[in-house]
Design a protein around this ligand. Structure first.
Ligand code: ADP
Ligand code: ZN
Length: 752
């Protein structure tokens, strides 16, 4: 097929978007990606979960004359995609080990008749002789590899059989190859392109900022009642609660069930049957909440997950991002709450000590990055998004607790600070926050009696604040440098600045936390839709889905029902105008839903509201088409050009030498070191091997510098320089400081 000058094809793609999928416009990068694929350029797509990867290969697959093969690692995801495509009237099938002989034969017959547009395959099925024979008799236009990170040993889910896909590529040389993943590390990206031997490096990296997710972190004081309060805001809505251990899952599941919630557990200790069943109940909206360990979520595509609670601390930022990423795939708002306690850090620390030395280093780095996210009082998206190497320059996202917190005037909190700090002092700087608060609030706990702390003069002098308010205050005292917290044991120690506060020479300004309930207030989605009608439509959807044996969202996503209950469409034309209503779905379900809406409107004297008519897709201008014609790396709608330190850090991480970087970027050694230091402090990893060689100092001087850093801490270079009496060159100190940071197990403790 000749696809040069593919402007008409991209216009055709726009038509398919509305007619087949029922969507008005492409999401960021989708159009550029589709255009690139239609030109038969190999394409690597990196998009976060929910970014809309599937559409990128499904639209071209519909346009191509020949077959599109989609390699996918999980049968449940394959099944889900096939169901959704079929509901949209697209001929899609899958071949995998779960089919009966009869089903298999029918499927193959359909493929042979060239009726099928998309064929989903598990990798092991792909390499079977009979599959290969089948493919050799067909025209294959496109080979799509979903979850392409499975190809790389650097990815989190390496599958050796994925590597053999290249053999298939050789067998169908005219097919364009598309690889899609949500994992974006440079090494994984490189592996994918190398192993699949991409003809050109056409990479599309979407922004990892999921704007519809509301991010919130709360100190965990009474997690169960905090969760109950949170759940009150989400009646009948789907969500996941992640816990650290199976035991915790079982307990929380039981407790929620006792409270009358519709809930099921999910963890690796349950039988396969039980897990599949619980997952299916959740996907089909028969169960509202899943309480799970990290094991849950890989194989599900449910778009209407409205909340995620992290009952315990996630393992690292990547895990956290992946887990919250499962919420709000439909683009509607979702709320992600993380309950955080220093006790959880100790649990993670314990697990870290069980690892090898090298692994410990990485794990500690991960933990530091996670803590930076938790403890920040700036926008939470800043530490989160920059962790993935993307620039983030929005001053206020309005979708995280810190950004929404009313910018109250800072008030004088010197007196509570004096109370707290003197209580830390009087208990011997050996205890953690919880105990100090207990003393201040006059608790009768065993621990207090054991240490005789009820006799202290600070006992009971802090009853005017709740436990939670004290907790919040104590975090501010740490952030303002009045005390430090031992990362391992959680004990608090005073800094010299604290003594200034005692003396009254230093005032403390800060905030007193508002009441808990206000925290869970969400801004509703802008649609004030009719709840009564929505309820009816939802019931009908469930009935239709059950009889077709598919999840409700396959019939219509929530957003479609919300639009129905807002615009009250009365005709075919206006129904087709709504989100997610394509021609095939209209044929199948249109009249059923129209009848319900009409009747409801009559009974309630409601009138249709006009929705902006979606005009037919405008043909693309030559200029637009030219602009799309030559992408190398294109970023999302909000261009995210990577900052220099990220580029330098990635180059070094990928194996470039320091000298090579100096030449490539035209920068001095000092500048390279500054960039690497910044990159490292944002939670990335850097290689330490070359750094030590870079230092020209004799071994004993190197050791002396490292020892001094150890004693003085990693905060600033100047005190280190001074402690070495100015005898060691600044650049040398910088090199060894970086080396220290990149290797030392306890690293970045100071910065956290
Ligand atoms: P990913 O595979 O990247 O996690 P999906 O392909 O499953 O994401 O898409 C996520 C959701 O977004 C799906 O419900 C899909 O129907 C929807 N979607 C994708 N593209 C668009 C679009 N252009 N307009 C509206 N919704 C879209
Ligand atoms: Zn924010």
């Amino acid at each position: 097929m000749k696809i040069e000058g593919s402007a008409p094809l991209i216009n055709q793609a726009q038509g398919i978007l509305k007619k087949t999928f029922g969507f008005d416009c492409f999401r960021p990068l989708q159009k550029e990606i589709i255009h690139n694929i239609l030109k038969k350029n190999d394409t690597l797509v990196i998009m976060p979960t929910g970014g809309g990867k599937s559409l990128c290969y499904q639209v071209p697959a519909i346009i191509f004359q020949g077959l599109t093969i989609v390699v996918s690692p999980l049968i449940s995801l394959m099944k889900d995609q096939v169901e959704q495509l079929r509901e949209n009237g697209v001929k899609a099938v899958s071949l995998n080990s779960s089919l009966s002989y009869e089903q298999y034969r029918n499927t193959v017959a359909g493929i042979m008749k060239k009726e099928v547009k998309l064929l989903y395959l598990a990798p092991e099925t792909l390499f079977k002789e009979k599959t290969l024979a089948l493919l050799s008799s067909l025209k294959v236009d496109c080979l799509t590899i979903d979850e392409a990170h499975c190809i790389s040993e650097w990815g989190h889910d390496f599958r050796p059989e994925y590597r053999k896909i290249i053999e298939i590529r050789h067998k169908i040389p005219s097919a364009v190859c598309i690889a899609l993943t949500a994992t974006a590390t440079p090494q994984v990206r490189k592996d994918i392109k190398d192993i699949l031997s991409f003809n050109q490096a056409n990479e599309f990296i979407a922004s990892f900022n999921r704007e519809n997710l509301f991010l919130q972190v709360l100190p965990k004081d009474d997690p169960f009642s905090q969760s109950l309060q949170f759940l009150k805001k989400f009646p009948n809505q789907s969500g996941i609660i992640y816990c650290f251990s199976r035991k915790q899952v079982d307990e929380l599941y039981q407790a929620l069930q006792d409270e009358g919630f519709s809930v099921r557990p999910y963890h690796a200790g349950l039988s396969e049957k039980e897990r599949t069943q619980n997952q299916e109940l959740f996907i089909r909206d028969d169960v509202q909440i899943i309480v799970a360990t990290i094991a849950f979520g890989m194989g599900i595509n449910k778009p209407n997950i409205r909340f995620i609670i992290h009952y315990d601390l996630p393992k690292n930022i990547e895990t956290y991002y992946q887990e919250i990423g499962r919420a709000g795939r439909d683009g509607l708002k979702a709320h992600c709450l993380l309950l955080f306690s220093y006790g959880d850090i100790q649990k993670i620390k314990y697990f870290i000590t069980q690892k090898s030395e090298q692994e410990q280093r990485v794990a500690n780095l991960h933990l530091s990055a996670l803590l930076r996210f938790i403890e920040t009082d700036t926008c939470r998206r800043l530490p989160l998004i920059t962790y993935f190497g993307e620039d983030y320059a929005v001053p206020k996202c309005n979708a995280c607790d810190n950004c929404l917190e009313e910018k109250k005037e800072l008030i004088d909190i010197t007196i509570p600070a004096q109370k707290f700090l003197s209580c830390v002092k009087r208990t011997g700087e050996r205890f953690g926050t919880n105990h100090i608060i207990d003393v201040l609030r006059g608790s009768q706990s065993q621990k207090i009696l054991k240490f005789n702390h009820q006799k202290l003069s600070t006992y009971g002098i802090g009853k005017d604040f709740s436990k939670k308010q004290w907790f919040h205050l104590s975090r501010q005292f740490i952030q303002r440098g009045l005390m430090t917290q031992d990362m391992e044991f959680g004990s608090l120690k005073l800094t010299p600045k604290a003594y200034e506060v005692f003396k009254g020479t230093e005032k403390v300004l800060g905030k007193i936390e508002q009441k808990q309930e206000e925290y869970f207030q969400r801004k509703e989605d802008s649609f004030e839709y009719d709840q009564g009608l929505f309820h009816l439509l939802r019931g009908k959807r469930k009935e239709l889905a059950d009889s077709a044996n598919v999840p409700p969202y396959v019939v219509f996503p929530d957003k479609t029902l919300i639009e129905m209950a807002f615009f009250f469409p009365q005709s075919k034309g206006s129904l087709l105008n709504l989100y997610g209503v394509g021609l095939a779905k209209f044929e199948k379900y249109g009249n059923i839903f129209l009848n319900i809406i009409k009747q409801y409107c009559q009974e309630h004297h409601l009138q249709e509201k006009p929705r902006r008519m979606i005009s037919r897709p405008r043909p693309m201008t030559q200029e637009q088409s030219n602009r799309l014609a030559n992408p190398s790396i294109i970023n999302s709608s909000k261009p995210v050009s990577k900052r220099k330190h990220v580029l330098v850090g990635e180059a070094y991480y990928e194996g470039a030498s320091i000298e090579g970087i100096m030449t490539k970027f035209g920068i001095k050694l000092d500048t390279v070191l500054n960039h690497l230091s910044k990159y490292l402090q944002e939670g990335h990893q850097i290689r330490s091997d070359e750094l030590l060689k870079l230092s020209t100092l004799p071994a004993e001087q190197k050791n002396l510098v490292l020892k001094t850093i150890d004693q003085i801490g990693t905060g600033f270079l100047k005190p280190i320089f001074e402690a070495l009496k100015g005898e060691i060159d600044y650049t040398e100190i910088k090199i060894l400081h970086l080396y220290y940071l990149s290797t030392h197990r306890e690293m970045m403790k100071d910065e956290v």
